[in-house]
Design a protein around this ligand. Structure first.
Ligand code: SF4
Length: 359
Protein backbone atom coordinates (compact mmCIF):
# COMPACT_ATOMS: atom_id res chain seq x y z
CA UNK A 1 0.00 0.00 0.00
CA UNK A 2 1.34 3.41 -0.92
CA UNK A 3 2.15 5.68 1.99
CA UNK A 4 1.27 9.32 1.41
CA UNK A 5 2.67 12.19 3.40
CA UNK A 6 0.72 15.36 3.95
CA UNK A 7 3.51 17.86 3.27
CA UNK A 8 1.63 20.80 4.77
CA UNK A 9 1.40 19.00 8.11
CA UNK A 10 5.20 18.97 8.32
CA UNK A 11 5.16 22.69 8.91
CA UNK A 12 2.83 24.20 11.41
CA UNK A 13 1.32 27.59 10.70
CA UNK A 14 1.61 28.62 14.32
CA UNK A 15 1.08 32.35 14.86
CA UNK A 16 3.30 34.08 17.38
CA UNK A 17 1.64 34.29 20.78
CA UNK A 18 0.11 37.73 21.26
CA UNK A 19 2.19 39.29 24.01
CA UNK A 20 0.16 40.14 27.10
CA UNK A 21 2.47 41.69 29.68
CA UNK A 22 1.55 41.09 33.31
CA UNK A 23 1.51 44.84 33.72
CA UNK A 24 2.23 48.10 31.94
CA UNK A 25 4.01 50.82 33.88
CA UNK A 26 3.90 54.44 32.77
CA UNK A 27 6.23 57.19 33.91
CA UNK A 28 4.69 60.60 34.69
CA UNK A 29 6.74 62.11 31.83
CA UNK A 30 5.31 59.56 29.37
CA UNK A 31 1.79 60.52 30.38
CA UNK A 32 2.52 64.17 29.61
CA UNK A 33 2.91 63.09 25.97
CA UNK A 34 -0.27 62.80 23.87
CA UNK A 35 1.16 59.63 22.32
CA UNK A 36 1.74 58.16 25.78
CA UNK A 37 -1.98 58.56 26.41
CA UNK A 38 -2.84 56.84 23.14
CA UNK A 39 -0.74 53.87 24.27
CA UNK A 40 -2.41 54.00 27.70
CA UNK A 41 -5.84 53.69 26.06
CA UNK A 42 -4.72 50.78 23.88
CA UNK A 43 -3.16 48.93 26.78
CA UNK A 44 -6.09 49.50 29.15
CA UNK A 45 -8.62 48.47 26.49
CA UNK A 46 -6.82 45.12 26.22
CA UNK A 47 -7.21 44.50 29.93
CA UNK A 48 -3.53 44.88 30.82
CA UNK A 49 -3.12 46.10 34.43
CA UNK A 50 -1.69 49.62 34.43
CA UNK A 51 0.52 51.28 37.04
CA UNK A 52 1.59 54.92 37.02
CA UNK A 53 5.01 55.32 38.62
CA UNK A 54 5.82 58.12 41.02
CA UNK A 55 9.09 58.96 39.22
CA UNK A 56 10.57 58.60 35.77
CA UNK A 57 12.86 55.67 36.60
CA UNK A 58 11.72 52.08 36.08
CA UNK A 59 12.19 50.14 39.30
CA UNK A 60 10.91 46.91 40.82
CA UNK A 61 12.15 44.57 38.10
CA UNK A 62 14.83 42.75 40.07
CA UNK A 63 13.91 39.30 41.34
CA UNK A 64 15.77 36.93 43.65
CA UNK A 65 18.03 35.76 40.85
CA UNK A 66 18.75 36.44 37.17
CA UNK A 67 16.01 34.07 35.98
CA UNK A 68 13.40 35.71 38.18
CA UNK A 69 14.50 39.15 36.98
CA UNK A 70 14.31 37.93 33.38
CA UNK A 71 10.74 36.66 33.90
CA UNK A 72 9.54 39.87 35.53
CA UNK A 73 11.22 42.12 32.98
CA UNK A 74 10.00 40.15 29.94
CA UNK A 75 6.47 40.42 31.32
CA UNK A 76 6.57 44.18 31.82
CA UNK A 77 5.80 46.90 29.33
CA UNK A 78 7.35 50.19 30.41
CA UNK A 79 6.12 53.32 28.65
CA UNK A 80 8.74 56.02 29.02
CA UNK A 81 10.19 58.97 27.16
CA UNK A 82 13.30 58.29 25.09
CA UNK A 83 16.21 60.15 26.65
CA UNK A 84 17.95 63.10 24.99
CA UNK A 85 20.71 60.75 23.75
CA UNK A 86 18.11 59.03 21.50
CA UNK A 87 17.95 62.21 19.41
CA UNK A 88 21.58 61.88 18.40
CA UNK A 89 21.35 59.15 15.81
CA UNK A 90 24.03 56.60 15.02
CA UNK A 91 24.80 55.19 11.57
CA UNK A 92 24.03 51.51 11.02
CA UNK A 93 25.97 50.19 8.04
CA UNK A 94 25.39 48.04 6.06
CA UNK A 95 21.67 47.84 6.89
CA UNK A 96 20.72 51.54 6.61
CA UNK A 97 22.06 55.07 6.89
CA UNK A 98 20.76 55.64 10.43
CA UNK A 99 19.11 53.76 13.25
CA UNK A 100 16.37 55.11 15.46
CA UNK A 101 14.31 53.43 18.14
CA UNK A 102 10.61 53.33 18.82
CA UNK A 103 11.20 50.87 21.66
CA UNK A 104 13.97 48.91 23.35
CA UNK A 105 13.51 45.27 24.34
CA UNK A 106 11.50 42.41 22.87
CA UNK A 107 8.91 40.00 24.25
CA UNK A 108 10.32 36.95 22.41
CA UNK A 109 12.89 34.52 23.81
CA UNK A 110 15.49 33.77 21.15
CA UNK A 111 18.40 32.01 22.78
CA UNK A 112 20.95 33.78 20.60
CA UNK A 113 19.31 37.21 20.98
CA UNK A 114 21.69 39.97 19.94
CA UNK A 115 20.03 42.33 22.43
CA UNK A 116 21.81 40.40 25.19
CA UNK A 117 25.02 42.10 24.19
CA UNK A 118 23.64 45.52 23.38
CA UNK A 119 21.06 46.48 26.02
CA UNK A 120 22.18 46.60 29.64
CA UNK A 121 20.04 45.67 32.64
CA UNK A 122 16.87 43.58 32.98
CA UNK A 123 15.28 42.87 29.57
CA UNK A 124 12.15 44.97 30.15
CA UNK A 125 10.29 46.18 27.05
CA UNK A 126 10.49 49.99 26.97
CA UNK A 127 8.27 51.82 24.52
CA UNK A 128 8.82 55.48 23.76
CA UNK A 129 5.90 57.82 24.37
CA UNK A 130 7.64 60.75 22.69
CA UNK A 131 7.56 58.99 19.31
CA UNK A 132 6.29 62.07 17.40
CA UNK A 133 9.39 64.03 18.54
CA UNK A 134 11.63 61.07 17.65
CA UNK A 135 10.14 61.06 14.14
CA UNK A 136 10.40 64.85 13.77
CA UNK A 137 14.08 64.59 14.62
CA UNK A 138 14.80 62.26 11.67
CA UNK A 139 14.57 65.15 9.24
CA UNK A 140 17.85 66.55 10.66
CA UNK A 141 19.61 63.45 9.32
CA UNK A 142 18.10 63.49 5.86
CA UNK A 143 19.30 66.25 3.55
CA UNK A 144 16.49 67.23 1.20
CA UNK A 145 16.63 65.45 -2.11
CA UNK A 146 18.87 62.61 -0.88
CA UNK A 147 17.22 59.25 -0.23
CA UNK A 148 18.02 58.40 3.38
CA UNK A 149 17.22 55.07 5.04
CA UNK A 150 16.38 54.51 8.70
CA UNK A 151 16.39 51.18 10.52
CA UNK A 152 13.77 50.87 13.29
CA UNK A 153 14.43 47.39 14.64
CA UNK A 154 17.94 47.39 16.07
CA UNK A 155 16.73 47.14 19.65
CA UNK A 156 13.26 45.67 19.36
CA UNK A 157 10.90 43.58 17.28
CA UNK A 158 8.39 46.33 16.43
CA UNK A 159 5.63 43.95 15.29
CA UNK A 160 5.76 41.95 18.54
CA UNK A 161 4.50 44.99 20.48
CA UNK A 162 2.46 46.70 17.77
CA UNK A 163 -0.93 45.63 19.20
CA UNK A 164 -0.08 47.55 22.38
CA UNK A 165 1.57 50.61 20.86
CA UNK A 166 0.60 51.26 17.24
CA UNK A 167 4.10 52.77 16.93
CA UNK A 168 5.11 50.90 13.80
CA UNK A 169 1.98 52.02 11.92
CA UNK A 170 2.71 55.57 13.08
CA UNK A 171 6.23 55.34 11.62
CA UNK A 172 4.99 53.84 8.34
CA UNK A 173 2.46 56.67 7.90
CA UNK A 174 5.12 59.27 8.73
CA UNK A 175 7.57 57.89 6.18
CA UNK A 176 4.77 57.54 3.61
CA UNK A 177 4.37 61.33 3.61
CA UNK A 178 8.08 62.03 3.04
CA UNK A 179 9.37 61.31 -0.46
CA UNK A 180 13.06 61.11 0.44
CA UNK A 181 12.82 59.06 3.66
CA UNK A 182 12.88 55.26 3.69
CA UNK A 183 12.01 53.03 6.63
CA UNK A 184 13.22 49.48 7.26
CA UNK A 185 12.14 47.12 9.98
CA UNK A 186 12.29 43.40 10.63
CA UNK A 187 10.30 40.88 12.63
CA UNK A 188 9.85 37.26 13.68
CA UNK A 189 6.15 37.84 14.31
CA UNK A 190 3.34 37.41 11.82
CA UNK A 191 0.38 39.60 12.82
CA UNK A 192 0.52 41.97 9.86
CA UNK A 193 -3.21 42.72 9.39
CA UNK A 194 -3.03 46.22 10.86
CA UNK A 195 -0.25 47.18 8.42
CA UNK A 196 -1.86 46.12 5.16
CA UNK A 197 -3.93 49.21 4.49
CA UNK A 198 -1.52 51.95 5.50
CA UNK A 199 -0.54 54.76 3.10
CA UNK A 200 3.12 53.70 2.89
CA UNK A 201 3.75 54.85 -0.71
CA UNK A 202 6.43 52.17 -1.05
CA UNK A 203 8.68 54.04 1.42
CA UNK A 204 8.81 51.19 3.95
CA UNK A 205 10.57 47.89 3.42
CA UNK A 206 9.06 45.20 5.63
CA UNK A 207 11.50 42.39 6.37
CA UNK A 208 10.94 39.00 7.94
CA UNK A 209 13.70 37.18 9.76
CA UNK A 210 13.87 33.52 8.75
CA UNK A 211 15.92 30.53 9.69
CA UNK A 212 16.20 26.81 9.04
CA UNK A 213 13.35 24.94 10.68
CA UNK A 214 15.47 23.20 13.39
CA UNK A 215 17.04 26.52 14.44
CA UNK A 216 13.68 28.30 14.63
CA UNK A 217 12.04 25.46 16.56
CA UNK A 218 14.88 24.98 19.00
CA UNK A 219 16.04 28.52 19.64
CA UNK A 220 13.34 31.07 18.81
CA UNK A 221 10.86 30.92 21.69
CA UNK A 222 7.77 33.14 21.60
CA UNK A 223 8.01 33.86 17.87
CA UNK A 224 5.77 32.82 14.96
CA UNK A 225 6.53 29.51 13.26
CA UNK A 226 8.56 29.80 10.06
CA UNK A 227 5.47 28.88 8.05
CA UNK A 228 3.44 31.70 9.64
CA UNK A 229 6.26 34.16 8.94
CA UNK A 230 6.44 33.07 5.30
CA UNK A 231 2.71 33.63 4.92
CA UNK A 232 3.00 37.05 6.58
CA UNK A 233 5.77 38.01 4.16
CA UNK A 234 3.60 36.96 1.25
CA UNK A 235 0.70 39.09 2.50
CA UNK A 236 2.94 42.14 3.00
CA UNK A 237 4.23 41.83 -0.57
CA UNK A 238 1.07 40.89 -2.47
CA UNK A 239 -0.35 43.77 -4.52
CA UNK A 240 -3.03 45.83 -2.78
CA UNK A 241 -5.47 44.77 -5.52
CA UNK A 242 -5.01 41.18 -4.30
CA UNK A 243 -5.59 42.00 -0.64
CA UNK A 244 -1.92 42.40 0.26
CA UNK A 245 0.05 45.34 1.55
CA UNK A 246 1.97 46.07 -1.66
CA UNK A 247 5.17 46.73 0.30
CA UNK A 248 8.74 46.30 -0.79
CA UNK A 249 9.92 43.33 1.28
CA UNK A 250 13.09 41.77 2.57
CA UNK A 251 14.31 38.50 4.03
CA UNK A 252 16.89 38.56 6.78
CA UNK A 253 18.41 35.10 7.06
CA UNK A 254 19.82 35.19 10.54
CA UNK A 255 21.63 33.89 12.36
CA UNK A 256 22.85 31.38 9.79
CA UNK A 257 24.30 28.30 11.50
CA UNK A 258 26.02 25.23 10.02
CA UNK A 259 23.82 22.78 11.93
CA UNK A 260 23.95 19.11 10.86
CA UNK A 261 22.58 18.82 7.29
CA UNK A 262 22.47 22.59 7.02
CA UNK A 263 22.29 22.55 3.24
CA UNK A 264 19.17 20.37 3.36
CA UNK A 265 17.47 22.55 5.96
CA UNK A 266 18.31 25.89 4.39
CA UNK A 267 17.46 24.48 0.95
CA UNK A 268 14.06 23.48 2.30
CA UNK A 269 13.55 26.99 3.69
CA UNK A 270 14.43 28.53 0.33
CA UNK A 271 12.03 26.13 -1.44
CA UNK A 272 9.23 27.31 0.82
CA UNK A 273 10.18 30.94 0.37
CA UNK A 274 10.08 30.52 -3.40
CA UNK A 275 6.62 28.97 -3.32
CA UNK A 276 5.31 31.77 -1.08
CA UNK A 277 6.75 34.48 -3.33
CA UNK A 278 5.44 33.14 -6.64
CA UNK A 279 4.64 36.62 -8.00
CA UNK A 280 6.80 39.62 -8.95
CA UNK A 281 7.92 41.57 -5.88
CA UNK A 282 10.59 44.01 -4.75
CA UNK A 283 12.75 41.71 -2.64
CA UNK A 284 16.08 42.07 -0.84
CA UNK A 285 18.16 39.61 1.18
CA UNK A 286 20.48 40.14 4.13
CA UNK A 287 22.64 37.24 5.27
CA UNK A 288 24.02 37.21 8.80
CA UNK A 289 26.07 34.33 10.16
CA UNK A 290 25.93 33.58 13.87
CA UNK A 291 28.34 35.47 16.11
CA UNK A 292 28.64 36.25 19.77
CA UNK A 293 30.79 38.34 22.10
CA UNK A 294 32.15 37.34 25.53
CA UNK A 295 29.56 39.72 27.04
CA UNK A 296 26.58 38.39 25.10
CA UNK A 297 27.57 34.78 25.84
CA UNK A 298 27.72 35.55 29.53
CA UNK A 299 24.25 37.15 29.55
CA UNK A 300 22.69 34.47 27.32
CA UNK A 301 23.96 31.66 29.53
CA UNK A 302 22.37 33.35 32.53
CA UNK A 303 19.07 33.81 30.68
CA UNK A 304 19.07 30.37 29.03
CA UNK A 305 21.29 28.11 31.14
CA UNK A 306 20.18 24.94 29.32
CA UNK A 307 20.59 26.27 25.82
CA UNK A 308 21.83 24.00 23.06
CA UNK A 309 23.20 27.01 21.18
CA UNK A 310 26.78 26.43 20.12
CA UNK A 311 28.99 29.14 21.62
CA UNK A 312 32.28 27.24 21.77
CA UNK A 313 35.01 29.86 21.30
CA UNK A 314 37.59 27.18 20.47
CA UNK A 315 35.72 26.40 17.25
CA UNK A 316 35.53 30.03 16.13
CA UNK A 317 37.64 32.78 14.65
CA UNK A 318 38.01 36.09 16.48
CA UNK A 319 37.02 39.33 14.81
CA UNK A 320 38.13 42.55 16.48
CA UNK A 321 36.54 45.96 16.07
CA UNK A 322 38.36 49.29 16.07
CA UNK A 323 37.60 49.79 19.78
CA UNK A 324 39.33 46.54 20.77
CA UNK A 325 36.09 44.58 21.33
CA UNK A 326 36.01 41.03 20.00
CA UNK A 327 33.40 38.74 18.58
CA UNK A 328 33.50 35.08 17.73
CA UNK A 329 32.52 34.20 14.18
CA UNK A 330 32.80 31.01 12.15
CA UNK A 331 36.22 30.14 10.81
CA UNK A 332 37.10 31.45 7.35
CA UNK A 333 36.67 28.09 5.58
CA UNK A 334 33.19 27.61 7.02
CA UNK A 335 32.28 31.25 6.37
CA UNK A 336 33.29 30.80 2.76
CA UNK A 337 31.26 27.59 2.37
CA UNK A 338 28.17 29.18 3.85
CA UNK A 339 28.53 32.35 1.85
CA UNK A 340 29.04 30.64 -1.50
CA UNK A 341 26.10 28.32 -0.84
CA UNK A 342 23.71 31.20 -0.19
CA UNK A 343 25.02 33.43 -2.95
CA UNK A 344 24.62 30.63 -5.45
CA UNK A 345 21.20 29.57 -4.24
CA UNK A 346 19.82 33.10 -4.15
CA UNK A 347 21.08 34.11 -7.57
CA UNK A 348 19.59 30.92 -9.03
CA UNK A 349 16.27 30.97 -7.17
CA UNK A 350 15.63 34.73 -6.90
CA UNK A 351 17.51 36.28 -9.85
CA UNK A 352 15.70 39.62 -9.54
CA UNK A 353 16.25 40.04 -5.79
CA UNK A 354 19.08 42.13 -4.43
CA UNK A 355 21.53 40.61 -1.96
CA UNK A 356 22.44 43.56 0.29
CA UNK A 357 25.25 42.00 2.31
CA UNK A 358 26.77 38.93 3.90
CA UNK A 359 28.32 39.18 7.30
S1 SF4 B 1 12.87 38.40 18.00
FE1 SF4 B 1 14.89 39.40 17.78
S2 SF4 B 1 14.97 40.92 19.42
FE2 SF4 B 1 13.32 39.49 19.91
S3 SF4 B 1 14.24 37.92 21.26
FE3 SF4 B 1 14.36 37.18 19.13
S4 SF4 B 1 16.40 37.86 18.39
FE4 SF4 B 1 15.91 39.05 20.24
Amino acid sequence: MAVTTNVTSLYQTRPAPIWRPHKAVFTPAALEEPYGNIILEKVASQGIPVEVLSGNRITGLRGKDVRATYRTAKNTLAVVNAPASAFKLRPIPPSADWQFHLAEGCPAHCQYCYLAGSLAGPPVIRVFANLPSILQNLGHYAPTGKLTTFEASCYTDPLGIEHLTGSLAECIRYFGERPHLRLRWVTKYNQVDSLLNLPHQGHTRCRISLNAEPVARRLEGGTASVEARLQALRRLALPISQGGGGYPIGVVLAPIMPIPDWEVHYGDLLDRLQSNLDFPCDLTFELISHRFTPGSKDVLLQWYPNTSLDMDETQRAVKRNKFGGQKFVYRPDMMQRLRSYFEKQLSFRFPKAKLLYWT
